[in-house]
Write a protein that binds this ligand. Structure first.
Ligand code: NAI
Length: 468
């Protein structure tokens, strides 16, 4: 007799494991199959290890500044191995906690791979046949490497490999100026690498509000980060001392030299190995197509997270995971993932929700923006990071907030409030009428909201009006 479950989940990342836990909360019998360590890219090779590194790097930056300003009597010496070991310890502790949480919740775990034989039936790599009326594909995504001659040379890394380095590269070239490129540039420049970012588009951080991306970009050169936009990478070659990347910018031929190269040019859904291609699940642009309940074109087969090719973010995958489990249980809960907060964990951080100013303009609606500079925030000054701003966008037709764009210290912790306001159609006065704690950066959000009313208290008003 084959084992039988209500829900079998392929992939133990933040999409899959959350689906499994929510399924158990609802009383479903759940199998979770994961071929690597539990936790997926986020926990093992993404969000968590990079945030462990960034946290140490922030401490380091503080110490470097402290030495410069006489707070400490000498410049700190970096012990990269200790930083990397702490990162590995954080990951393994969380992986082990996750495994305990899943097993104590009653999720059956298989450490291996499995594929769908037919709807309702899976086979594992050890030949175990499992029946499950509902199957959830949560197989995530992998680094996408564009066709660049020499991209397979030793020393050309993906994020998976750069997280296992044993020494800080003297010169690091990063191909791709998106989110991953910027986070690794922030880490390695602080550790002492000379970083060059090569970006094909005419700006970095293409999905970020242009004003914020421009402000952030202007801070990079002071950190030893060279940014080249609008480039065409011609290939990667060995040089006498390491590697080199010839590229074209405008009509000029240039070369960036490197000890190591990181390719951070985007990610693509993992479609192979789960049996969905053989099953004929409908795809759209290289990703799995689902309906509003996250069911694929095959009855009883669902998909969540990065395999959908939407916003490839852990928190989106986890949201999908909860919804899919509820729908399998019978709740008919539609997926509403339009308002998604985005965060970039650089120094300073960037965070946003809703429409950018460019998207608001494209939409043709009348709107206003209000920006509050963190140089007027007591808290930002107190923590020594006043470079940044809080910008809100209001639809003047409806009076609702439609966008929020932040740059500053730990603004990723603030964006949840903005996402809630946008999702619930709140207005500037809803924010301004709410007492915010002092001294915190959250007051800056209130000040920006006041900017859409009679004006902020602690600064002159910075408001822009677009008539649509
Ligand atoms: P991305 O799409 O954000 O950026 C890739 C960049 O590479 C783009 O700007 C693109 O124009 C550029 N590019 C592509 N081909 C190129 C070439 N041949 N030469 C030069 N530039 C080239 O992708 P990224 O940064 O790899 O991130 C992948 C996914 O992971 C994204 O969906 C991102 O949102 C997610 N992620 C999110 C994080 C967060 O929320 N903090 C952290 C890490 C990843």
């Amino acid at each position: 007799m084959a084992e039988n479950y209500d829900m079998a989940v392929l992939g133990g990342g933040p999409g899959g494991y959350v689906a499994a836990l929510r399924g158990r909360q609802l009383g479903l019998s759940v199998l979770l199959v994961e071929k690597e360590q539990l936790g997926g890219t986020c926990l093992n090779r993404g969000c968590i290890p990079t945030k462990a590194l960034l946290s140490d790097v922030e401490g380091l930056q503080w110490a470097i500044r402290g030495a410069r300003e006489g707070l400490l009597d000498r410049k700190p010496v970096i012990n990269f191995n200790v930083i990397m070991k702490r990162k590995a310890d954080v990951v393994s502790k969380l992986v082990s906690n996750l495994e305990k949480l899943l097993t104590s919740s009653g999720v059956t775990l298989i450490n291996g791979s499995a594929k769908i034989l037919e709807p309702g039936i899976l086979i594992t790599d050890t030949g175990r046949i499992v029946r499950s009326a509902n199957i959830v594909i949560a197989t995530g995504s992998r680094s996408w490497i564009p066709h660049i001659i020499g991209a397979d040379l030793p020393g050309v890394l993906t994020t998976r490999q750069i997280l296992e380095l044993e020494k800080v590269p003297g010169k690091l070239v990063i191909i791709g100026g998106g989110v991953i490129g910027q986070e690794f540039a922030a880490i390695f420049s602080s550790l002492g690498s000379q970083v060059t970012i090569l970006e094909a588009l005419d700006r970095i951080l293409n999905e970020v509000d242009q004003e914020i991306a421009r402000r952030y970009s202007s801070l990079l050169s002071s950190r030893g980060i060279t940014t080249e936009v609008g480039v065409q990478v011609k290939g990667i070659e060995r040089s006498q001392t390491g590697l080199k990347v010839p590229y074209e910018k405008g009509s000029k031929e240039k070369v960036a030299t490197a000890d190591l190269i990181l390719i951070a040019t985007g990610r693509r859904p993992n479609l192979e190995g789960s049996g969905i291609l053989e099953l004929g699940v409908r795809l759209n642009n290289g990703a799995i197509e689902v309906d509003q309940f996250l069911q694929t074109s095959v009855n009883g087969v669902y998909a969540v997270g990065d395999v959908l090719g939407r916003k490839m973010l852990a928190h989106v995958a986890s949201y999908h995971g909860e919804i899919v489990a509820e729908n399998i249980y019978g709740h008919n809960r539609p997926c509403e993932d339009e308002v998604v907060p985005g965060c970039i964990f650089t120094t300073p951080q960037i965070a946003w929700a809703g429409l950018t100013e460019e998207q608001a303009k494209e939409s043709g609606r009348p709107f206003r923006t209000s920006s509050f500079s963190l140089s007027s925030s007591g808290k930002a000054q107190a923590v020594g990071e006043p470079r940044g701003l809080i910008k809100l966008i209001e639809d003047t037709g409806t009076g609702r907030l439609i966008g929020a764009h932040f740059m500053g210290p730990h603004v990723s912790e603030l964006i949840g409030e903005a996402a809630l306001a946008i999702r619930k159609g709140l207005s500037a006065s809803d924010i301004a009428d709410t007492i915010h704690p002092h001294p915190t950066l959250s007051e800056a959000m209130r000040e920006a909201a006041l900017g859409l009313l009679d004006g902020p208290i602690h600064a002159a008003s910075r408001r822009k009006i677009f008539t649509g």
